[in-house]
Design a protein around this ligand. Structure first.
Ligand code: FMN
Length: 172
C-alpha cells in the first residue's frame, strides 16, 4: 500500500498530522501534496518534520519536473486520499480544473480518489457542492464523511471531517 495524501486548506487540516502519524505507526508508505493555501494553517516545516517527507506543493518545480514529477506522483501510489477536502477542491475536481499540483495529479490519476470533505454545514448543504459531489460519485470517486457534529465555526451539523482512523478503515 502506498498512499498519496492531498491536504487542502480546511480549518480541519491539522487532523492531517494525526493521519500522517497513523500511517507511520502502521508502516504505510505515503507521499504528501499540500495546496498552497494549506500553508496558511500549517507550515511546510511542521508538515515536513512530522512526516519526514518532502512536501510537494509547487506545480512548476524545476527539480521535480526533470522526471515529469506530477505524473509520477499521480501514478506511484495504490490510493489517493484528499484529507481534508475543501469545497474548493471538490468543485474544481468535478469540473476538471488543473490549476495547481494537487488538482493536476488528481486529474492525471488512473484510479478513483477518496475525498474526506470538511466544511461549514451550509457550504456542505449548498446544491452547488452537492451537485459536484454527486458528479464525482457517479464517476466512481469515493466520499468518506463528512460527519455530523460541532464545527469549527461554532455551528452544529454535517460537515465535520472524519477522524483519521475512519480513513484507514475505509481504505482497508
Ligand atoms: C479560517 C478559515 C477556515 C476555512 N475552513 C474551510 C473549511 O473547513 N472547508 C472549506 O471548504 N473551506 C474552508 N476555508 C476556505 C478555503 O481555505 C478556501 O476556499 C481556499 O481557497 C481553498 O483552497 P484549496 O482548496 O486550494 O486549499 C476556510 C478559510 C478560512 C479563512
Amino acid at each position: 500500500m502506498k498512499i498519496l495524501l492531498v491536504i487542502t486548506s480546511s480549518v480541519g487540516c491539522y487532523k492531517a498530522l494525526d493521519l500522517i502519524r497513523e500511517f507511520q505507526k502502521k508502516s504505510i508508505d505515503f507521499e504528501i501534496i499540500a495546496t498552497k493555501n494549506t500553508f496558511e494553517f500549517i507550515s511546510p516545516l511542521l508538515l515536513e518534520s512530522i512526516s519526514r517527507k518532502k512536501i510537494y506543493s509547487e506545480l512548476f518545480d524545476l527539480d521535480m519536473e526533470k522526471n515529469i514529477g506530477h505524473i509520477q506522483l499521480a501514478r506511484d501510489n495504490t490510493h489517493i486520499v484528499v484529507y481534508p477536502a475543501t469545497a474548493n477542491i471538490i468543485s474544481k475536481f468535478a469540473h476538471g480544473f488543473c490549476d495547481d499540483l494537487a488538482l493536476t495529479c488528481m486529474i492525471a490519476a488512473n484510479k478513483p480518489i477518496n475525498l474526506a470533505p470538511a466544511m461549514n454545514k451550509e457550504m456542505w448543504a449548498n446544491p452547488l457542492i452537492q451537485n459536484n459531489v454527486q458528479k464525482l460519485k457517479d464517476l466512481g470517486h469515493h466520499f468518506i464523511g463528512p460527519d455530523n457534529g460541532s464545527l469549527a465555526c461554532g455551528e452544529y451539523g454535517s460537515g465535520r471531517l472524519v477522524d483519521p482512523h475512519e480513513i484507514l478503515n475505509q481504505i482497508k
